[in-house]
Ligand binder design. Structure first.
Ligand code: ADP
Ligand code: MP5
Length: 277
């Protein structure tokens, strides 16, 4: 049977992040993607040029329409923008019987634009985190949610523990932004003590627009395919590593990653990601 996932996120007109990255990634991994838009952004590789949020009732109506007609195996959230939208998304997820939920707590775009209002951080912490199967913050997002600075791999572990204490079942702290680390290291932890460090060569490229969206969409797709969470995280890391390695060179700024690189790379990817559990 065809598996269905729902992404609740913002639109990136540049096609590298947001809803567009999620749907492309779902498609590549054999999952049928549905979507609930939270906002439209006018965006390209040079930055975010405008943000137009939808009303919370429009977000909820999209979710309800999808849930009413499809058997949704997992939901992914990206840009949620405001406390009002978050409250409606949380209510919509409860109405759908709390499906498997991957939360990418998108806050600030690489160019500095706010994709989550500051007033909404508390709602993210209190209303969305406790519903999540896994949350995938980058370093600045983990710092805000866990309330601490992250300067080292040890700090990533402490932030992971704090996020689990806030109610998520598991967490991937993504280390792409960790200054001074030679490899791109991410940490998976769950509430039962499982811990996996994933690392891959840090690629020297400016084309990293949408890496977080693409990683969490791939994680969602592997979960939908029935993989256990640890294997899904490894699969997502391989997917994003291929997408960053095989760049497309599009646009004059921070270009998108290559969403079809994973299939082109095939089994050659196996050795690219080191796993330490
Ligand atoms: N230059 C890079 N080379 C290899 N992997 C990277 C690079 N930058 C980011 N990654 C990986 O891409 C994923 C998302 O990265 P990160 O930059 O931490 O999140 P975000 O895109 O949300 O800011 C992580 O798995 C991270 O390790
Ligand atoms: C609509 C939208 N959603 C999310 C991001 C974050 O992108 P990144 O994954 O590079 O942090 C973005 N730039 N635009």
């Amino acid at each position: 049977m065809t598996s269905v996932a729902l992404t609740i996120a913002g639109s990136d007109s540049g096609g590298g992040a947001g809803i567009q990255a999620d749907l492309k990634t779902f498609q590549e991994l054999g999952v049928f993607g549905t979507s609930a838009l939270t906002a439209v952004t006018a965006q390209n590789t040079l930055g975010v040029h405008g943000v137009w949020p939808l009303g919370p009732e429009a977000v909820r109506a999209q979710m309800d329409a999808v849930f009413a007609d499809f058997d949704v195996a997992a939901v992914k959230t990206g840009m949620l923008f405001s406390g009002d939208i978050i409250a409606e998304v949380a209510a919509g997820l409860a109405g759908a019987g709390h499906p498997v939920l991957v939360v990418d707590p998108v806050m600030i775009a690489k160019g500095g634009a706010h994709l989550l209002r500051e007033e909404a951080v508390e709602a993210m912490r209190e209303k969305i985190l406790p519903l999540s199967t896994v949350i995938t913050p980058n370093i600045p997002e983990a710092e805000v949610l866990a309330g601490m600075m992250i300067r080292s791999l040890e700090d990533m572990e402490e932030a992971g523990r704090r996020l689990i204490a806030l109610g998520t079942q598991s967490v991937v702290v993504k280390g792409g932004h960790l200054e001074g680390e030679e490899r791109a290291c991410d940490l998976f932890m769950d509430g039962r003590g499982e811990r996996i460090w994933l690392s891959a060569e840090r690629i020297r490229t400016k084309d990293t627009h949408g890496t977080g969206c693409t990683f969490s969409a791939a994680l969602t797709a592997f979960l939908v395919a029935g993989e256990p969470i640890g294997k899904s995280v490894v699969g997502a890391k391989r997917f994003i590593h291929a997408a960053i390695s095989d760049g497309l060179g599009l646009g004059a700024g921070h270009g998108p990653t290559n969403h079809w690189a994973y299939h082109r790379a095939g089994s050659a990817l196996k050795g690219e990601v080191l796993i330490d559990s």
